[in-house]
Design a protein around this ligand. Structure first.
Ligand SMILES: *Cc1c(COP(=O)(O)O)cnc(C)c1O
Length: 385
């Protein structure tokens, strides 16, 4: 390594502006949800446009849970979930006692395969949860047709997809029941932990706002602002504790203002990878049709059969050379809990099962220097030629 620092797989891009904003929030005395949370929600709604409502939460997992709860998903219901995702997508379905039905993905995009999904629809299917894998959006038209043909609610897991657009539609601006973004530390914008529900359904937004704070009909902010006495509130349901704090929202406000420039930096890195790695025995990630705005949360390559190393060995060798990588994802049907719950077999998910053996995610973050990108390129090239 010649003394060069290790290149991590991911790194949050936090500058002095984020640090000042958080410090200011702390000095203000509002440590829980307050004016900055409201401001972040308004700024996010404006960023997505189309008159959407926004409900901030302390994780995307919480947001997905609240969206499904607001749709009254419960025992006996089935929800279509791609097997190629993080466990959070399916886990929220279990929180509500409903059953996730795992679906294979398209070979090129690794997004939900709508034909495979159609074959799994039953009279108990209530919703579908597409994931915009790596930041490449699911085609909005076919998704909408699929959902309306089968009478399903759509809750988009947009944890990778800020900002991302396809066919002229920014992810979050469509007419799905809800779209949920993640602000986890490694995601495209971060609040440390956090998430946002975006919806055009005022009832869903209202229910999610009530349920994110104990099922109380007014949140703490309103309680200290309204004309009614501050101590008076009504509990209308056994809710959750999912609210986003003001220091986190302050960080989010600065990050949101940088979302497009950070996306563009990740896109530049992806193009540099594309050009340098194209001759190697691996498949490069898809860009989507022209006009696609890819969020480039992840850069996932797939090794060919004739590559000199298998995936696991390559990961070990790159780690020894100081390059961090990861695997997105270990598909849900290979995880013990989901395998046992659903009775899934690898042959039922040919694309995901095969891709899992061969895929790895290279380092990609907006603050990554060109010399670090080139070091990764050199190491990968050295190992695969
Ligand atoms: C990160 C992630 C989540 C969960 O996000 P949190 O904000 O950590 O709860 C959900 N789905 C996918 C696809 C993710 O990558």
């Amino acid at each position: 390594m010649h003394g060069a620092a290790r290149i991590p797989f991911a790194l949050p891009d936090i500058g002095e502006d984020e640090i000042s904003a958080v410090t200011e929030a702390m000095r203000s005395g509002w440590l829980t949800s307050g004016p900055r949370m409201k401001e972040f929600e308004s700024a996010f709604a404006e960023f997505i446009g189309s008159g959407v409502e926004t409900v901030s939460v302390n994780s995307a997992t919480a947001g997905l849970h609240l969206a499904m709860e607001a749709l009254d998903i419960g025992p006996g219901d089935e929800v279509l979930v791609p097997t190629w995702t993080f466990t959070a997508t399916a886990e929220v379905v279990r929180y509500l006692g409903a059953t996730p039905v795992l679906v294979d993905v398209e070979p090129d995009t690794l997004n939900l395969d709508l034909a495979a999904a159609a074959a799994l629809v039953t009279d108990r299917t209530r919703a579908v949860m597409p994931v915009h894998f790596a930041g490449l959006p699911v085609a909005p038209g076919p998704l909408r047709d699929f959902a309306s043909r089968h009478g399903l609610n759509v809750v988009e897991d947009a944890a990778h997809a800020l900002p991302a657009a396809r066919d002229g539609e920014l992810v979050g601006s469509g007419d799905s029941a809800a779209t949920v973004f993640s602000f986890y530390a490694t995601k495209t914008i971060t609040t440390g932990e956090g998430g946002m529900i975006v919806t055009r359904d005022p009832d869903l937004a209202h229910r999610a706002r009530v349920m994110r704070l104990h099922g109380i009909s007014r949140d703490a902010f309103d309680r200290y602002r309204s004309e009614l006495p501050a101590w008076r509130y009504d509990v209308i349901a056994p809710g959750f504790k999912y609210n986003l704090t003001d220091p986190a929202a302050a960080m989010g406000l600065v990050q949101l203002g940088r979302a497009e420039s950070m996306r563009s930096a990740r896109e530049d890195i992806s193009r540099r990878y594309d050009e340098a790695l194209q001759g190697l025995p691996l498949t490069l990630p898809p860009h989507g049709p022209s006009g696609t705005r890819h969020a480039w949360h992840l850069y996932v390559v797939r090794l060919h059969e004739d590559a000199p190393h298998g995936r696991d060995t390559l990961i070990e060798r790159l780690a020894a050379l100081g390059v961090g990588t990861s695997v997105h994802f270990i598909p849900l049907h290979l995880q013990p809990y989901w395998r046992d719950l659903t009775g899934a077999r690898p042959i039922d998910f040919p694309v995901a099962s095969d891709t899992f053996e061969r895929c790895l995610s290279l380092p990609l973050y907006s603050s990554m220097s060109t010399s670090d990108v080139d070091r990764v390129i050199d190491m990968v090239t050295q190992e695969l030629t």
